[in-house]
Write a protein that binds this ligand. Sequence first.
Ligand SMILES: [Zn+2]
Length: 107
Amino acid sequence: MPTFNRAEAQRRLDADDGDPEDLVIPVGEPGQKNCYHESTDCGHVVRTIGSVDDSDRQTRSEAQRQGYVPCKQCVLDTYSLEGSQALRLQLEDPEVTSADDIDWEAV
Ligand SMILES: [Zn+2]
């Protein structure tokens, strides 16, 4: 696991191309950076808050403004898709600093 730092947070934010007005689920996870999630079934959501109701949701832009970063699993899908390994390796590459640097064809 790469250490979570500011650069990693920025890489994740850049990799999230979702609609800023979409509702996401911000979750404060003990001992970790706070992440926002898109899936109510995401393991992090289930473990931390259990069932989700509407008051748990905020827009993506509001969650980002409050310092939440995208969940790797349900927002960025870096572990669940066929191309997950390719994307994960690119996200860990120091040369990749924004979504524009990612070779999405390889993902
Ligand atoms: Zn998640």
